[in-house]
Ligand binder design. Structure first.
Ligand code: DC
Length: 228
């Protein structure tokens, strides 16, 4: 280890990865990289350009044009698509399905993984996604697979949307989560799987604070050991 460490947090949609990873990064004085946001930006590019989400050849041809950039403004990650800040636009519901579709295209993954490794090089990083521990940073000092029951994840999403005044039926959200789990874990290119050396954390019955404390403690002991 060259004095820098990486914490990889993988797991399915809605397990609380980004909230947790952000806080873990704060506690460890590391940068936080939400790699899902990068796939979302590429998905948004395809939607805006009318590219059918099942046309994988066209997605691959257009992928190099979808220039994705990540910058840190006041410590927070902002995502840019071809120079435009799309941090809010990528959170719209249709973009989730588009991100899932483009993330199955090998060339899209190749381009984004290379960028993710560049960002991680030479710094302390907490990265979340689906393939961080298995593919992007296989040497990460700490690997966590953060999950929760699909019903719990759908319920959390339901409450989150309700708080924003958007009533989406719970059953629909549960179905969408199951569909994305299926797509993300059965695709041929870097499917979502728990790395052999990852610690499984099931957040179904845990608070965010408990999950954060668990991961920070793990990171401190592992990084301490590696430096000793
Ligand atoms: O975590 P998220 O919901 O923002 O991710 C959006 C999509 O991108 C999701 O369907 C899975 C995919 N993804 C991926 O394949 N690999 C990653 N490292 C991160 C996200």
């Amino acid at each position: 280890m060259s004095g820098h460490f990486a914490v990889a947090i993988d797991g399915p949609a809605g397990a609380g990865k980004s909230t947790v990873a952000k806080r873990v990064a704060g506690a460890l004085d590391a940068i936080y990289l939400d790699t899902g946001a990068m796939y979302r930006a590429v998905g948004l590019y395809m939607l805006r350009n009318g590219i059918a989400l099942d046309d994988t050849a066209r997605i691959a041809r257009n992928a190099p044009r979808a220039q994705v950039d990540v910058r840190y403004v006041d410590g927070a990650q902002r995502v840019y698509l071809c120079g435009e800040d799309v941090s809010a636009a990528i959170r719209e519901n249709p973009v989730s399905a588009a991100a899932s579709a483009v993330s199955a295209v090998p060339l899209v993954r190749e381009l984004l993984v290379a960028r993710q490794r560049e960002i991680a090089a030479g710094t302390n990083v907490v990265m979340d996604g689906r393939d961080i521990g298995t593919k992007v940073l296989p040497d990460a000092a700490v690997k966590v697979f953060l999950t929760a029951a699909a019903e719990v994840r759908a319920r959390r999403r339901f409450l989150e949307l309700q708080a924003k005044g958007r009533a989406v039926p719970y059953e629909q959200l549960l179905e969408e989560i199951r569909q994305r789990d299926h797509n993300d874990s059965t695709r041929a290119a870097s499917p979502m799987v728990q790395a052999a050396d990852a610690v499984l954390v099931d957040s179904s019955d845990m608070t965010i604070e408990e999950v954060v404390e668990t991961i920070v403690a793990l990171a401190k002991s592992r990084v301490g050991e590696a430096r000793a």
